[in-house]
Design a binder for this molecule. Structure first.
Ligand SMILES: [Zn+2]
Length: 288
């Protein structure tokens, strides 16, 4: 099966009360790992690509070609969406042209008026091509803006303004943070999530910063309408730890242990394991 928009898989998730994972990809090993895990778990999946990762993988066209080649090579049967993460206005258009099946336009740093205007344009451009669109309201906390402790929280009325533009899914800050959570983190603002769900109706909601949120809190968020959860840092941490362990055990010095296919194997397997654990937690196993 080729790439699909994220729309149907998220509407189904919203209706049936589970969440689809977005796992960010960085290279060939990452794509292999996420696709292998999702197929094994019979789970729909969203591959996330930041603009920086797109550049690293030598452009959006390379990413599309690599992912499509692998869908074919592995005979992937579960629905797979290729999604731009935190895209700029120009980046979103470039990804749609390169063959992505889903984009996020992140206008959260603009005024709400400008965010509405630009989101509307992307929605129109994407809808004509059958591409799903994620929009964002307010900003989600993270080290890039130096916010620690609470994380950003969105205004439910602004969420409604963006939700009404015909976007497929909506990301809204509810105290979540990108990267590792600080020790003094206050937890997700489930009260705010509830208000957002009340005004946004059946719109699938997106939780960014999925690394390190306690499992029960993740489940509570899913029960309140979160249908897509982004995981990035956690896969990077387990990949690095497994690679470190391999080298510290001097395995690269034994036989052909220096072969990149051997050197990167433990990290890749660690990503597979983490993706499978997340799919289990999010409830999307056997939902393909
Ligand atoms: Zn994010």
């Amino acid at each position: 099966m080729g790439l699909v928009s994220a729309k149907e898989m998220l509407i189904k998730a919203r209706k049936e009360g589970y969440a689809v994972g977005q796992f960010n990809i960085n290279n060939l090993e990452w794509i292999k790992a996420v696709l292998t895990a999702s197929e094994e778990m019979k789970s729909p999946v969203i591959l996330g690509v930041s603009e920086g990762a797109g550049k690293y993988m030598t452009g959006y066209k390379t990413v599309v070609a690599m992912v499509e080649g692998m869908l074919d090579f592995y005979n992937i049967t579960v629905p797979v969406a290729l999604h731009l993460d935190h895209g700029s206005f120009e980046g979103a258009k470039a990804c749609i042209e390169a063959g992505f099946s889903s984009v996020m336009f992140d206008g959260s740093h603009y005024s709400i008026e400008e965010n509405v205007q630009k989101t509307k344009e992307i929605v129109k451009y994407a809808a004509e091509r059958g591409i799903s669109v994620e929009a964002e309201v307010g900003s989600i906390g993270g080290e890039e803006d130096g916010v620690v402790g609470g994380g950003e929280v969105a205004d439910p009325m602004e969420c409604k303004m963006i939700a009404d533009l015909g976007v497929t899914m909506l990301a809204a800050g509810i105290g979540n943070i990108h990267g590792k959570y600080p020790a003094n983190w206050q937890g997700l603002r489930l009260d705010v999530l509830k208000k957002i769900q009340e005004v946004a109706g059946i719109m699938p909601l997106v939780l960014h910063g999925g690394t390190g949120i306690p499992d029960q809190m993740v489940k509570d968020a899913i029960a309140l309408g979160v249908s897509k959860i982004n995981v990035n840092t956690e896969c990077q941490l387990v990949f690095a730890a497994a690679t470190r362990e391999y080298i510290l055990a001097d395995k690269d010095l034994v036989g052909k242990g220096f072969d990149p296919r051997k050197l990167l194997a433990p990290g890749t397997q660690a990503v597979i394991n983490t993706v499978k654990e997340k799919i289990e937690l999010f409830g999307s196993a056997n939902k393909a």
